[in-house]
Write a protein that binds this ligand. Structure first.
Ligand code: FE
Ligand code: ZN
Ligand code: FE
Ligand code: FE
Length: 166
């Protein structure tokens, strides 16, 4: 389909995000299981709940636009999650090292999401879709909070313990 305006590009990018979020919903339960720190496990569980709400926000936007959420595959998220699988398969002698690898994988996901939500939020504002912009900003804030929480867990505990040499 030929994109004829920012509106068309907006819809296309929302479809990409919708697919990306659904890939994340499939991947997060594996990350919950792989986490050894209870704090990290809880962070992933909470973000899984948040992600389900993010999908609902996107569905509300698609309804308003009278468009289907389907039709795009986020290859970037597929690649990022493939790398996450590799991280989970790393051989480590210490749980905190594998938790550090999990955090690294999860932060790649959050940063990709922040990039795209920031872009589509800005498109929504330009297009005068204020309610969309509000919903997208809400999700953008959640992705940022998830990222900060992961940084906190890494810096306060996981990286500290993983760096011990004995
Ligand atoms: Fe998300
Ligand atoms: Zn994407
Ligand atoms: Fe993409
Ligand atoms: Fe996220």
């Amino acid at each position: 389909m030929k994109l004829q305006s920012l509106h068309d590009l907006y819809v296309r990018e929302l479809k990409d995000l919708y697919n990306a979020e659904n890939q994340i919903i499939k991947a997060l339960p594996k990350m919950v299981k792989a986490a050894t720190s209870p704090e990290l496990e809880r962070a992933f569980e909470e973000h899984l709940q948040a992600t389900r709400q993010q999908v609902e926000r996107l569905e509300r936007i698609f309804q308003r636009l009278d468009e289907s959420p389907r039709g795009a595959k986020c290859k970037a998220m597929e690649g990022i999650l493939d790398e996450g699988d590799e991280m989970m398969d790393l051989d480590t002698t210490r749980d905190t090292v594998s938790d550090a690898a999990l955090i690294s994988a999860a932060q790649r996901v959050e940063h990709y999401e922040m990039a795209v939500y920031g872009t589509v939020r800005t498109y929504a504002r330009q297009l005068g879709y204020q309610e969309d912009a509000r919903l997208l900003q809400e999700t953008l804030n959640e992705e940022g909070e998830a990222d900060k929480k992961l940084t906190g867990i890494a810096e306060s505990r996981v990286n500290v313990e993983a760096s011990r040499t004995a």
